[in-house]
Design a binder for this molecule. Sequence first.
Ligand code: GLN
Length: 485
Amino acid sequence: MEIFDLTIHELHGKLKAKEVSAVEATGAMLARIEAVEPKVGSFITVTPEQALADAEAADRRIAAGEADVLTGIPLALKDIFLTEGIRTTCGSRMLHNFIPPYSATSWERLRERGAVLLGKLNQDEFAMGSSNESSAFGICRNPWDLTRIPGGSSGGSAAAIAARQAIATLGTDTGGSIRQPASHCGCVGLKPTYGRVSRYGVIAYASSLDQVGPLTRDVTDCAIMLGAVAGHDPKDSTSVDTPVPDYVAALSGDIKGLRIGLPGEYFIAGLDPDVQAAMDRAIENYRRLGAEFVDISLPHTDYAVATYYLIATAEASSNLARYDGVRFGHRSPQAGGLIEMMTRSRSEGFGAEVKRRIMLGTYALSSGYYDAYYLKAQKVRTLIMQDFIQAFEGVDVILTPVAPTPAFRIGEKVNDPLQMYLSDIFTIPVNLAGTCAIAVPAGLSASGLPIGMQLIGKPFGEETILRAAHAFEQATEWHTKRAPL
Ligand code: GLN
């Protein structure tokens, strides 16, 4: 097996046994990036010098006998994470030349453990999208089928793993942006409970929904990455001060008696038959492993997408006000006065989808419409939260598909925003409820495209969903399948 095919825990074994050095491993990754990047487009910025310097430092640590499981592991970050001294664009022309003066806490934590930074990954502009097509830095393709989207908004974070250009990556998830691309690219992706991971130094989209999380090749790697980034951060007032469990130790393999809920609202008639078949097989697998199934209802599911697109756009319109050519962002060179300068800068810097959302959000917050839209959406959000609280009285986890179909074709939905929004129907409710969920590979469609299963957990129930996902992984081979690239 090539170095770029390995998981974190496998590569760690080789580094520790001195079968390979961190510099060699990093060199292999950089060569792989160079070889496949013209086809895939996962990266916005590759950082070879930084990577080799990090790798040399990691080798010194390994030689001194101080190797941690993440020391010398080549990773890459969605370009939404601030990286000191390294350009961070958030997929937008607005930030095409932005060099942050400090780094995101989540990346700092990985760095402290000796991880190696390969570069910054492609994404939808300001994390708004489900296909990576709103990026200002070119198309990112699905390594399983280069005519298809990798998912979004963390499209590059998933494609880079499927194309074996990084061992693991970080993404962010506001309405599904970790889980949906993970599902479309055949990787594992986890959206932690709101407050579990610091968002300091992560460019804000919708602050009551945004969370940082890992995308990896298997569940063990996911547990390793989550353990490294989770925990209280005094610099993020929304990060919660509860102890971080040993997520790897939680992977006991034992799920006998685990109660799994199946929400009727998620297994609808229009579900793609290949997705339905994969879920049926997954349920069968879990039964064999000793889990029990309970039919449950999440009655307000139908309202989730509409609620999300009011709350997320309202928060985005406020968060994106800072890009005015003065405080942050592109400044138009040809403007007479201040107002003209700000108008031009925003018109030139933002793409069409971002503009659409700023307008929707500004409208929802405007006086006269606030009660009818934003306030109403907040109330429905509470009902959606209560659906989950009630469901979790009778079950330990909830099993659903991640997305209604496998990856769609590039261009297929780009001119129909509503169709694009509806593709997140199974992931959005989790963000509105603030709880955690994991996407794991659970099948391939007739045409060979990955299909993901979602396991939703109780708030701060990451150990349980990881344990359930790991037991499934041990009993199946989907996580060992590789994109034909
Ligand atoms: N696709 C959803 C959106 O466009 C979710 C994006 C995300 O989670 N960042 O808002």
